[in-house]
Design a protein around this ligand. Structure first.
Ligand code: NAP
Length: 471
């Protein structure tokens, strides 16, 4: 597998990287393990200054860091800037909150003076995708740095420069050797690393296919995992939705990051009273996007991340059409060699269509017509995935009542879906398990060690030892 940066707008091969040697992998694991042993005895507070410095680097160097993202995978420069700032915010969030979150928790117990202490687990293996190359790394790095878990990571083969730059920023922030090590490794090497007894946890963000492969190995070796996988998120337009709000948000919910977001709205489920207006409005918005150089501030839709991804999406659209779907809208062709996918709206996708329920990772909207809110909820739940979702309804409360009935990990009502440091991120069903970010995210790879202490063994009321049946 070649780790290579190919600019998807120009198709220029910018840089090719050598794979890590077995010796380098071994050295990285040894360094990580030694650091874990050291960190286990250090207070959380001792690691906070590095997170603050890292946040400062991301704020001070926003533009140069953002340009790396745009070159690696083609995202709009303005969106890349937003990703860099979000990374700074995540580092700051854990710098601000980690000590409190990880403080021991006292337990009221007859056994004695009991508390749960939060200790690091050990070295983690992270496997990360190309669609938000820094943000995905920061989601796992910042909380685990605070906890004291060193990380070795494999980034996507198409975003190696982002991996190198992220690792370098962490080093420049003052993190010790072994705290975060980028490894350009093959799938087989990933499996061997997971099997290594020094690895205590595995975090993967990526596709269902990648998640299954990595989780299988992790399961075999009994390694704790978090799986952040794909989705077919519903965007429900309820009967009493305010269409001005819907029309303002829907195009962005599908086209942001060129539609390559795990939580992009992939299925627009629209009640019959709004269906025609919704389609007209989405079509006008899709028709007006400007495809072009992602560094140009005038551009509103970037190329896809690679030729391979574009071809895969085209095959999916073709399969949907062969299966009876209607191409309600396809954007006019663009005069560019860049890996652009023309924004497309598909309707009439029936349950027997091969693309029904499949994730389409790019600027393709599937729009479904339903009779009422009940049907909308039923269709939203007729999915193998459950990652995010958006509901537009007449009020926050009525929208929330619908949201709570959707079998999914995260729902936003009457607003755009956004990932923020304080909000738990994760899914259910084939979208994976575990949570990143927020308070829960810091506990994914923590040894919650129970310590019960007394000066002497327990006495019961009669002066005897506590009853064996209490065990
Ligand atoms: P992918 O193919 O699963 O790749 C993700 C990462 O896993 C890459 O580093 C990839 O390496 C690696 N990988 C894949 N198969 C592997 C194997 N058998 N052994 C070891 N490593 C393996 O995912 P993708 O298609 O590039 O990314 C898009 C998917 O990610 C979408 O489904 C999207 O919804 C999902 N996603 C989910 C979240 C979330 O938080 N839930 C966030 C972002 C994206 P290579 O690059 O070398 O193949």
């Amino acid at each position: 597998m070649a780790y290579q940066t190919t600019n998807p707008y120009t198709n220029e091969v910018v840089k090719t990287y050598e794979n890590a040697t077995p010796e380098y992998v071994e050295e990285s694991l040894a360094k990580g393990q030694a650091l874990y042993k050291e960190w286990r005895n250090d207070p959380v507070a001792s690691r906070i200054p590095v997170l603050r410095k890292l946040a400062k680097i991301f704020r001070d160097e926003t533009d140069s860091l953002a340009e790396v993202l745009t070159t690696d995978m083609g995202k709009l420069f303005a969106e890349a800037q937003g990703e860099v700032i979000l990374c700074a915010e995540i580092a700051e969030y854990y710098a601000d909150h980690a000590e409190d979150l990880l403080a021991p928790r006292a337990i009221d117990s007859i056994a004695g003076d009991a508390q749960l202490e939060n200790h690091p687990l050990g070295v983690l293996m992270a496997v990360e995708p190309w669609n938000f190359p820094y943000y995905q790394m920061m989601r796992i790095f910042a909380p685990n740095y605070a906890v004291g878990n060193p990380i070795v990571f494999k980034h996507a083969a198409i975003t190696p420069t982002s991996a190198v730059v992220f690792e370098d920023a962490v080093r420049r922030a003052g993190a010790p050797d072994g705290a975060l090590t980028n490894l350009f490794v093959s799938y087989d090497q990933v499996s061997a690393i997971i099997a290594d007894k020094r690895i205590q946890g595995v975090a993967l963000t990526g596709s269902e296919r990648g998640g299954v492969a990595v989780n299988e190995v992790a399961g075999k070796y009994l390694k704790k995992t978090t799986m952040e996988l794909g989705g077919t998120d519903a965007f429900i337009v309820a009967e009493d939705a305010d269409m001005a709000d819907v029309n303002a948000i829907a195009p962005r919910a599908r086209l942001y990051n060129a539609g390559q977001v795990c939580t992009s709205s992939k299925r627009f489920i629209v009640t019959a009273n709004h269906y025609d207006e919704f389609l007209e409005s989405l079509k006008a918005a899709f028709a007006s996007v400007k495809l072009g150089d992602p560094m140009d501030p005038e551009t509103t839709l970037a190329p896809m991340n690679s030729k391979k991804a574009k071809e895969k999406l085209q095959k999916q659209v073709d399969a949907a059409l062969d299966g009876g779907a209607t191409a309600y809208f396809v954007h006019d062709p663009v005069d560019s060699e860049g890996q652009f996918f023309l924004p497309t709206i598909l309707t009439d996708i029936t349950k027997d269509n091969p693309m029904y329920g499949k994730e389409m990772f790019g600027p393709v909207a599937q729009v479904y017509r339903v009779a009422n809110d009940e049907e909308a909820i039923a269709l939203a739940n007729d999915a193998d995935y459950g990652l995010g979702g958006i509901v537009f309804a007449g009020s926050a409360e009525s929208g929330a009542a619908i949201a709570s009935r959707i079998e999914t990990g995260m729902v936003f009502v009457n607003t755009f879906f956004s990932s923020l440091p304080e909000l738990e991120f994760g899914g259910v069903k084939k979208s994976g398990f575990g949570r990143e970010l927020g308070q829960s995210g810091i506990f994914s790879f923590v040894n919650q060690e129970l310590v019960v202490k007394r000066d002497h063994p327990n006495d019961d009321e009669n002066g005897g030892l506590i009853l064996p049946h209490k065990f």
